[in-house]
Structures are given as structure tokens and as C-alpha cells.
Design a protein around this ligand. Structure first.
Ligand code: NAP
Length: 298
């Protein structure tokens, strides 16, 4: 069997076009331009690249996009002051803090300073709670993107056994919560694995849909999947590579070469989950602007 490739770049372009259409409608009907503020603390080059691509995508969708670059040594008080200002700014509907933050800034404490109504990353405890309760408002972008990749390629998770490798707050836990909802486009039986899991291969081999989000390059091997599995590879592991313009290459958590020979469908790395993350961030920002319009009308 040769797997069909789940093309995240193409699907993300569709989602971005839909968002741009929605942005144009909100502008025309309500005179509101959805706005995204991205906050970057420190000078990590990879984070700077991610922030620039989020800014560019927001501008291309017709949004107001602004960035706030802060020095690595920025104290919590200055972070709080900035977030207070952005929470009160009517031109900003979504706030995104680029992670990871420098060690002296507690990520949980920072996230909790964002208004839950502007938390387009879906990491505020209120939004995580709503997701777990089955009433999602802002679903974290990567899990939301994974669900769209499955649905838009005809691989609905309904009734399937989804095995998630990884239990982080930004991928593993929210994607498990999202796909187990009693709702159309979800309704899966979900197993979550982690480093405490005994005999990982015996569980991954049961997966109809396997989501690998471990941050361990190539760790899902051919003998860990069953024939016909649908594989979503979230892993983005960087390796230096002088032959690449960027100086590095990205490798997924799945051994693509061998697993793609057994799978029915698989996401490549790069070009799979990654582009969807930005597209769903834009979708969340549009949603935040629409919720504000509705709230102000009611
Ligand atoms: N494409 C995108 O847009 C995107 C977005 C987010 C993340 N990512 C990538 O996705 C990967 C995961 O990110 P993350 O933030 O979720 O990572 P993370 O916070 O490091 O979490 C990794 C998870 O995988 C589990 N794990 C690690 N090794 C394992 C093993 N050998 N067997 C079973 N479970 C194992 C860990 O278990 P414990 O909990 O027991 O430690 C943990 O729950 C990374 O490569 C990251 O760069 C990509």
C-alpha cells in the first residue's frame, strides 16, 4: 500500500481563503477589522521566524496585525502591563504569546493574564476548561488543524480508535479532548500515550488514526502501525543541514519512509500539520472578532 499524502499546505490555503472571506464580511457588515497582536520575548531565531510568518499570514487575510518584541530580561510586571493594555485595546481581538518564554517568566501565570475572550491560542484555563467540557470556544490551533486535516481529506474520526502519542497542553491533551467530544467530526475512542505508557507499540498498532506528538524524530516505526492507518505527524524536530537554505531540516516523529508504505494516508513533515497551525490561529482570531461584534450587539 502506498499512502495518500495529506497536503497541509493546500488545506491551509483553503482555510486561509475562507478566513479572508470572513474578514472581508466582518469589515463590510460591521466596520470591524479583526486584529491579532503577537508578543515575542527574547531573540530566539526560530521563534522570530514563527512570529514573522503569523504576522504575514494575518496581514494577507486582511487583518490588523501588530507585533510586540520584548527583551529577554523583560520582568513579569512589564509583561502584565503590556497584556493589560492589549486586553483593553479595541483594535486587538486576539493575543498570541510566542512560546517558549524565557525561564524567569512563568508561562501559566502569563497565559492567565490574557483576557479569555482574546486567548486565540486557547491556552487560558477558561478556554481549556470549555474544551474539556465539550463547549469549545478557542481550540488550540494545532489540534484544531489536525481535526480539519482529517475531516477535509475524508478521514472523519467518528467511531474510530485514535491513538495520541504525547500529552502536552498544546497538542496531546487538547487533541484528545477535541476528538472524543460527542459531536460531529469527533466522537472517536481516544487512547493517550506518554513516557509512562507500557508497551507503546501494542497500543499504536490498534490505531485507526495515529497522532504522533512526542518531539522524538522518527520514533514511530513500520512495526508500530497496522496496515491502512491514517497518520498525523505533529513532530517538528530540527537537524542542522548545510545543504538547506535555512541551515536546518525538519524531521517528523514518524519514520515516514517505512510507515508511508503501510498507511492509507499520512502527513509529510514539513507541509502537513505545520501550515494548519497558522491557518487555525487566523480562524480563531476571526472568531474572536465575531464574538465581540455579537456581544456588543446583545
Ligand atoms: N507542527 C506544528 O505546528 C507543531 C505545533 C506544536 C508542536 N509541534 C511539535 O510536536 C512535537 C511535540 O510537541 P509538544 O509541545 O506537544 O511536546 P512536549 O511538550 O515535549 O510533549 C511531548 C510529549 O510526548 C511524550 N513522549 C515523549 N517521548 C515519548 C516516548 N518515547 N513515548 C511516548 N511518549 C513520549 C511526553 O510524555 P511525558 O508527558 O510522559 O513526558 C510528552 O507528553 C514537537 O516536535 C513539536 O516541535 C509542532
Amino acid at each position: 500500500m502506498v499512502a495518500s499524502i495529506i497536503n497541509g499546505t493546500e488545506i491551509a490555503a483553503q482555510v486561509k481563503a475562507e478566513v479572508a472571506q470572513g474578514v472581508a464580511e466582518v469589515k463590510q457588515r460591521h466596520g470591524v477589522t479583526p486584529g491579532l497582536a503577537v508578543v515575542l520575548v527574547g531573540d530566539d531565531p526560530a521563534s522570530a521566524v514563527y512570529v514573522a510568518s503569523k504576522q504575514k499570514a494575518a496581514s494577507e487575510a486582511g487583518m490588523h496585525a501588530e507585533d510586540h518584541k520584548l527583551a529577554t530580561a523583560t520582568p513579569m510586571e512589564a509583561m502584565e502591563a503590556l497584556l493589560k493594555r492589549l486586553n483593553a485595546d479595541a483594535n486587538v481581538h486576539g493575543i498570541l504569546i510566542q512560546l517558549p518564554l524565557p525561564k524567569h517568566l512563568n508561562e501559566h501565570a502569563v497565559m492567565e493574564r490574557i483576557s479569555p475572550d482574546k486567548d486565540v491560542d486557547g491556552l487560558h484555563p477558561v478556554n481549556m476548561g470549555l474544551l474539556l467540557a465539550g463547549r469549545p470556544r478557542f481550540v488550540p490551533a494545532t489540534p484544531a488543524g489536525i481535526q480539519q486535516l482529517l475531516l477535509r481529506t475524508g478521514h472523519s474520526p467518528e467511531g474510530k480508535h485514535v491513538v495520541v502519542c504525547g500529552r502536552s497542553d498544546i497538542v496531546g491533551k487538547p487533541v484528545a479532548a477535541l476528538l472524543m467530544h460527542k459531536a460531529p467530526g469527533a466522537n472517536a475512542t481516544v487512547t493517550v500515550c506518554h513516557t509512562g505508557t507500557r508497551d507503546l507499540p501494542s497500543l499504536t498498532r490498534q490505531a485507526d488514526i495515529l497522532i504522533a506528538a512526542m518531539g522524538r524524530a522518527g520514533s514511530i516505526k513500520a512495526d508500530m502501525v497496522k496496515d491502512g492507518v491514517v497518520v498525523i505527524d505533529v513532530g517538528t524536530n530540527r537537524f542542522e543541514d548545510a545543504s538547506k537554505k535555512s541551515g536546518y531540516r525538519l524531521v517528523g516523529d514518524v519514520d515516514y519512509e517505512v510507515v508511508s508504505k503501510r498507511a492509507a494516508a499520512i502527513t509529510p513533515v514539513p507541509g502537513g500539520v505545520g501550515p494548519m497551525t497558522i491557518a487555525m490561529l487566523l480562524a480563531n482570531t476571526l472568531k474572536a472578532a465575531m464574538l465581540r461584534v455579537q456581544h456588543e450587539k446583545s
